[in-house]
Ligand binder design. Structure first.
Ligand SMILES: *[C@@H]1O[C@H](CO)[C@@H](O)[C@H](O)[C@H]1NC(C)=O
Ligand SMILES: *[C@@H]1O[C@H](CO)[C@@H](O)[C@H](O)[C@H]1NC(C)=O
Ligand SMILES: *[C@@H]1O[C@H](CO)[C@@H](O)[C@H](O)[C@H]1NC(C)=O
Ligand SMILES: *[C@@H]1O[C@H](CO)[C@@H](O)[C@H](O)[C@H]1NC(C)=O
Ligand SMILES: *[C@@H]1O[C@H](CO)[C@@H](O)[C@H](O)[C@H]1NC(C)=O
Ligand SMILES: *[C@@H]1O[C@H](CO)[C@@H](O)[C@H](O)[C@H]1NC(C)=O
Ligand SMILES: *[C@@H]1O[C@H](CO)[C@@H](O)[C@H](O)[C@H]1NC(C)=O
Ligand SMILES: *[C@@H]1O[C@H](CO)[C@@H](O)[C@H](O)[C@H]1NC(C)=O
Ligand SMILES: *[C@@H]1O[C@H](CO)[C@@H](O)[C@H](O)[C@H]1NC(C)=O
Ligand SMILES: *[C@@H]1O[C@H](CO)[C@@H](O)[C@H](O)[C@H]1NC(C)=O
Length: 509
């Protein structure tokens, strides 16, 4: 009896020990694989490939899984970039070769055995380098800071995405002297857009429209260290402090309360947005939140020059902006508020057969350029001078000075405090109407006697009550058209507003 029990005990004991051993074995194996997998996802070796549609190999993750480098959807294809993977609202922070067209689904990101990072597409027959590194990379790593780094055999960094920013600056990334952040075309198109933030040699951090000289006339925002230090760099830290850093110390642009721990658990990024506004965003990592704007500049939504495109002017609305076309112009793309405007008629050569009028737009400012300037002018003389000049498309009249201009007009905005009047040459609206003869006559009078005061009151019906926010017409011989023009302006304004809110709502999605 006892012998049997002892045998049973022995068997149970052995079984237990075996189970414990197996358990330990499995556990250690699990730990080992976990470590190995983490290592694999962090250090990328030559021979690794990514493809857009692969479920497992479409990106390389940072150790924590917060950032990823890989393919993301762009237009009808894919782009390669770095995005914040670890939050529900995936956010692109960097794009490789951002102005290249998207690649099709057959594309491969090839970390070649000879140490290059190459994007290849058989269908397109293309091979483009993602990182123009001077040497052979033997490993690569997506870091938890959001920096993607290529190393050589000495483990020295030979290339890093932090040195090639697109529109976003991440915590611990610097914007060095003469480097820029350039806005994207839109939230969904990461090609180079219209605005840039430049860290200037002279210590100024400044914003400009893309393609303009870096001079004060074109800048629309700047910040400088109090001592105006040369060779300053822009920094963002983990707590959302944004500051310029030079040999003489730090100058805070955004100093959040340092004693406040509320910034813990927040992820920050600085981005120059498609609308030319520089925004510091924060995201609460503990919640499935969205990005919120912690700070932004400039406050004036119409400050970014050229926001509305060519031949259009920016109008501040509540918390936002709208774009108006010049009279006689229409939006190039009805579904894009900032697409700019083009003449809705083909300007024929400056022949007598085509009759033009000058339409006034009050209180707008434009790029300061001219084809010629008349000083000590009057409004009527200014209009007439432009009408008679085949090269003149518009005239800016301000304080007795008349600047004749040719198209396109850039950087337009409404500025109620500015006394400028813009006269825009446009084809007479009623030219195709049957009763055009009498008006033609009046135009001829205007051409013959450019400087005389016109017999306003006799011909004209009283102007319609001014509607707030709408551009006002200049009293002229054709003021009888005003109710019509006013109505069409109102309709087009409402249509634009609707289109704008629609596109804003669309973008939010
Ligand atoms: C993903 O990449 C790894 C290593 O490069 C490879 O072993 C694996 O087969 C790939 N998986 C797929 C689904 O392609
Ligand atoms: C992005 O915008 C650029 C410039 O407007 C345009 O050429 C390009 O086709 C757009 N890309 C996509 C994917 O829509
Ligand atoms: C990756 O690039 C290497 C070197 O150019 C090439 O030999 C290899 O075939 C490429 N891999 C794929 C899947 O195309
Ligand atoms: C490079 O870094 C890796 C990982 O940190 C390490 O295992 C390896 O020994 C390093 N190699 C050299 C040559 O320093
Ligand atoms: C902030 O956090 C630190 C460490 O967690 C703590 O010592 C300090 O008292 C906190 N400060 C405030 C103002 O809550
Ligand atoms: C966040 O959202 C994801 C899905 O979008 C959900 O699975 C997860 O539970 C959410 N987490 C929190 C903390 O709400
Ligand atoms: C051009 O626009 C004006 C108003 O700005 C309008 O009166 C005219 O009919 C339009 N012409 C064409 C051809 O669409
Ligand atoms: C107009 O803009 C919309 C929205 O961005 C775009 O889908 C469409 O292709 C554009 N149309 C033209 C003719 O460019
Ligand atoms: C007119 O344009 C010329 C050439 O661009 C420039 O030199 C001149 O200063 C301008 N005149 C005014 C009054 O803006
Ligand atoms: C434009 O401003 C002038 C004064 O400079 C004013 O007389 C005129 O009525 C304004 N035009 C409109 C359409 O409001």
């Amino acid at each position: 009896m006892s012998g049997k029990r002892t045998l049973l005990n022995l068997i149970i004991h052995c079984l237990l020990q075996a189970m414990a051993f197996i358990f330990l074995l499995v556990l250690s194996a699990l730990i080992f694989t976990a470590e190995a997998q983490q290592g694999q996802s962090n250090i990328v070796k030559p021979g690794s490939l990514l493809t857009p549609t692969s479920t497992t190999n479409s990106s390389w993750l940072s150790p924590s899984g917060l950032y990823a480098l890989g393919f993301y959807k762009q237009g009808n294809g894919y782009a390669v970039g770095i995005f914040i993977e670890g939050i529900s609202q995936k956010t692109v922070v960097w794009t490789a070769n951002r102005d290249d067209p998207p690649v099709p689904a057959d594309a491969i990101l090839n970390f070649t055995s000879d140490g290059q990072l190459v994007l290849q597409s058989a269908q397109q027959g293309t091979k483009t380098s993602i990182a123009n590194s001077p040497g052979v990379a033997t490993s690569a790593s997506m870091l938890d800071s959001g920096n993607f780094v290529l190393y050589n055999s000495d483990n020295s960094t030979i290339w890093q995405s932090f040195d090639q920013p697109t529109d976003t600056l991440l915590p611990s990334q610097h914007l060095l002297v003469q480097k820029v952040l350039s806005s994207s075309v839109s939230d969904s198109n990461h090609s180079t857009g219209r605005f840039l933030l430049l860290m200037q040699q002279d210590g100024y951090l400044a914003m400009y429209p893309v393609g303009t000289p870096y001079t004060i006339e074109y800048g629309y925002w700047n910040y400088v260290t109090p001592g105006q230090e040369n060779n300053a760099k822009l920094n963002l830290d983990d707590n959302g402090h944004l500051y310029l850093d030079s040999i003489n110390g730090k100058a805070g642009i955004v100093d959040l309360n340092l004693g406040d721990n509320s910034t813990r658990g927040l992820l920050y990024l600085l981005r120059i947005d498609a609308d030319g506004i520089l925004r510091l965003y924060s995201h609460n990592m503990d919640q499935n939140g969205t990005w919120s704007v912690t700070w932004s500049q400039p406050d004036d939504k119409c400050a970014p020059k050229g926001l509305c495109g060519l031949n259009a002017y920016c109008v501040n609305t509540n918390q936002n902006f709208g774009c108006n076309c010049l009279p006689g112009f229409a939006l190039i793309n009805q579904s894009e508020i900032s697409s700019g405007c083009e003449r809705n008629f083909t300007a024929e050569s400056c022949k007598a057969s085509m009759t033009y009028i000058m339409e006034a737009v009050n209180n707008t400012v434009w790029e300061d350029k001219n084809i010629s300037v008349l000083s000590s002018s009057t409004q009527e003389a200014c209009k007439a001078a432009c009408l008679q000049d085949c090269n003149c498309d518009a005239a800016q009249f301000k304080q007795g000075e008349c600047k004749k201009q040719s198209l396109p007009l850039r950087f337009g905005r409404l500025l109620e405090s500015d006394p400028n009047i813009a006269f825009i040459k446009m084809v007479r609206p009623s030219l195709n109407a049957h009763n055009s003869a009498s008006k033609l006559e009046v135009t001829l009078i205007l051409l013959e006697k450019p400087t005389t005061q016109l017999p306003d009151s006799s011909l004209i019906t009283p102007p319609p009550p001014a509607s707030p926010g709408l551009p006002k017409e200049d009293p002229s011989v054709f003021s009888f058209l005003q109710p019509l023009l006013g109505l069409s302006h109102l309709i087009s304004f409402v249509v634009k507003l609707l289109a704008f809110f629609q596109s804003a709502a669309h973008q939010k999605k």
